[in-house]
Design a binder for this molecule. Sequence first.
Ligand code: FAD
Length: 471
Amino acid sequence: MPDTRETMSGAVSERALVDQLRSSLQGEVIDRGHPGYDAARAVWNGLIDRRPAVIAKCAGTADVVEAVRAAREHRPVVSVRGGGHQVAGSAVCDDGLVIDLSPMKGVHVDPAARTARAQAGTTWGEFDRETQLYGLAAPGGEISATGIAGLTLGGGFGFLMRTFGLSCDNVRSLTVVTADGTVRTAGPEEEPELYWAARGGGRGIGVVTSFEFGLHPLGPEVTAVLALHPYERAEELLRAWRDAAAVAPETITPELLLWSVPPDPAIPPDMHRANCVMVGAVYGGPPGAGAAEALAPQRELGPPLMDLSGTVPYVALQSANTWRFPDGERYFMKSHFMDELGDEAIGTLLNCYSRRPTPESLIVVRTLGGAVARVGPDETAFAHRSARFNVSIDAGWQDPATDGTAIGWARSSWDAMKPFSSGGTYVNFAGLGEDAGELRGAVFGSHEERLARTRAAYDPEGLFRSAARRP
Ligand SMILES: Cc1cc2nc3c(=O)[nH]c(=O)nc-3n(C[C@H](O)[C@H](O)[C@H](O)COP(=O)(O)OP(=O)(O)OC[C@H]3O[C@@H](n4cnc5c(N)ncnc54)[C@H](O)[C@@H]3O)c2cc1C
């Protein structure tokens, strides 16, 4: 079926769309002539330069309903913006309507019920700040500036996932405005298919306006390992780390990064920007003897260049690396799920890293299992419950002249690692729009058909089709 929403039918309908939005929304409506247009269309990845017809900054769910109604009438391409951090820039579209939830940042914590209801424009930093007032947490992402919405709708990896599950596993219910403009609550009892799809396959099902998360007692302080090791020992360390990760308790979620020593004042300047191996893990419980014991194997992988391990405020830990991913620089990320991290895969990974284009570029190996694997394979749309690792190849750079080299490095490294992949990739680290085709079966695997049926049931005319298609 041809996609009739790919272009707007010219300046007249664009004007009519803007006028309708201006007359019906409480939030700001930003068109091409608005002085805030360039700021409003910018996303985290500076590589993305899209020019939407109009950006509807929604003040609340009623504004989202009006924006969806206007989209039904005028049939623009639609994109939905949460925190604007998807690397493919899928939050913005060319010549269409951006339903922008970034003004919607309300977080209400119910400490007795151990739940938090958060609007979809909230970032993880903003969410953690509120829940930590009560010593509670939901497992979120590792960088505080990312949005809770896109991250959770795609699954949600973080430092606590082996202990408490993916972010999406902690969603008790969601409020969704579907393509017919209806406000629905999706949970285990109500709209169960929508609830199923939203947890891992949430792009293109409608506009989620808020999430209800279950919370866990954690913080205000947590104990974490962060050890910087000399790159010369990378191969030996990766093997030892893999073996330690295989027997790690579920209370920790080990990860390993091949990266540059950060230019941190706490680290001697002559070490800054040198290649290193970073080993990290957080204990998902109170500081003390249990934490030290669970983390010890991660801390004892050999004499580090620098051991920054200790007990720190959870909020500080969650935002500790945010400054290393500044807004507006250029990025590309792509990943594989893996069942094994064999010696050959380790050799290939190091070979890829040795060709990295810039000091900002990195490779991250995350450990799954634990609570992630305990959720049944068909309980949510997230399709990679049994994978043991995720390897993400993340290029970062500033100079547009480096675009080809940096993206080429990430793509060729991803190709080199393909023989070791379990055949899946993570929608939240899935390259740019043009990578979408090859990722189709890889992102949702055997859930692809059920997801397509669910999307068609709630959006028979394909209002959100382009949002569903982009990574
Ligand atoms: C620096 C950095 C660090 C990251 N770290 C992690 C990490 O630790 N763990 C992890 O799992 N991922 C991580 N990611 C990936 C992250 O999960 C995705 O980029 C995610 O899409 C970010 O969510 P967002 O709301 O900011 O995205 P946006 O770009 O706003 O949205 C991404 C897509 O999600 C959909 N969407 C967003 N909001 C809604 C909504 N309310 N309703 C319906 N659809 C919506 C839209 O289709 C949109 O195109 C990281 C990304 C970056 C840039």
